[in-house]
Design a protein around this ligand. Structure first.
Ligand SMILES: *[C@@H]1O[C@H](CO)[C@@H](O)[C@H](O)[C@H]1NC(C)=O
Ligand SMILES: *[C@@H]1O[C@H](CO)[C@@H](O)[C@H](O)[C@H]1NC(C)=O
Ligand SMILES: *[C@@H]1O[C@H](CO)[C@@H](O)[C@H](O)[C@H]1NC(C)=O
Ligand SMILES: *[C@@H]1O[C@H](CO)[C@@H](O)[C@H](O)[C@H]1NC(C)=O
Length: 206
């Protein structure tokens, strides 16, 4: 902007050609300095971004899910198991709004809300194939990743784990461009039904 304005001003100062030449010469110098300054700012910004955004991240959080009772965060919305998740079977479709916390205890800091769906897709029910989930983790101010999100998809509670490996296809905000995987496993020490706690190790890179 500064460079453009300087050129325009020198173009209208054509009353004295010597004067105009001097002005144009000095405006070239101004423009050169401006371009150089812009170049430096852009380079610094790129360096700052690269420093803020590490190539890879390992985040450890705990999922807190209340499976039944008045404060349930999991709802078997269709199929068997409505009102009693133990009776969930083939075709059970559930929705959840779980808490993602910094630690495994109930009073740990909330860092994100996890909303999503889970479906039991195997004829043999939960014990034979687990539950296929698709969830969005929306981080809050306290997390330091305010309003950024990570999408996680995969199968939990299958006989192929624990740990169960899920996919992180991507994220938004701070997590834009990152992808990777999650290793999830039950955290027995603070699991007191109806509260079920899982430890999630999220590995993402870009
Ligand atoms: C449900 O949550 C409320 C508010 O936090 C609490 O007072 C109540 O004890 C909880 N009920 C159960 C069964 O945990
Ligand atoms: C919940 O379902 C399980 C498994 O089908 C069953 O054993 C249990 O009695 C049910 N509980 C209630 C409160 O209905
Ligand atoms: C989701 O976030 C809101 C706002 O921070 C919070 O009040 C609510 O308890 C969270 N949901 C769960 C299941 O923790
Ligand atoms: C956090 O994100 C919310 C939702 O976009 C926004 O209203 C709030 O101002 C943000 N807080 C900070 C400290 O940026």
């Amino acid at each position: 902007m500064l460079g453009l304005r300087t050129i325009h001003w020198s173009a209208v100062s054509t009353s004295s050609s010597d004067y105009a030449t001097t002005i144009m010469a000095s405006s070239s110098v101004v423009m050169a300095y401006t371009l150089y300054a812009l170049f430096c700012i852009c380079t610094l910004q790129k360096m700052a971004l690269a420093q803020d955004q590490p190539a890879s991240l390992h985040l450890t959080y705990y999922v807190h899910e209340i499976r039944y009772g008045p404060n349930a965060t999991l709802l078997a919305a269709a199929g068997t198991g409505q009102g009693n998740f133990s009776a969930a079977g083939w075709g059970t479709f559930s929705v959840f709004e779980n808490a993602l916390k910094e630690g495994p205890t109930a009073d740990s800091k909330l860092v994100a809300n996890i909303t999503g769906t889970g479906v039991i897709t195997t004829i043999g029910g939960l014990p034979s194939g687990g539950i296929q989930i698709s969830a969005e983790h929306i981080f809050n101010e306290a997390s330091g990743y305010n309003d950024s999100s990570l999408t996680i998809t995969g199968t939990l509670s299958s006989p192929r784990g624990p740990p169960w490996e899920c996919i992180v296809p991507g994220g938004t905000g701070y997590f834009r461009g990152y992808r990777g995987y999650v290793l999830a496993e039950p955290y027995a020490a603070t699991t007191v039904p109806p509260l079920f706690v899982d430890k999630w190790d999220i590995y993402i890179s870009k």
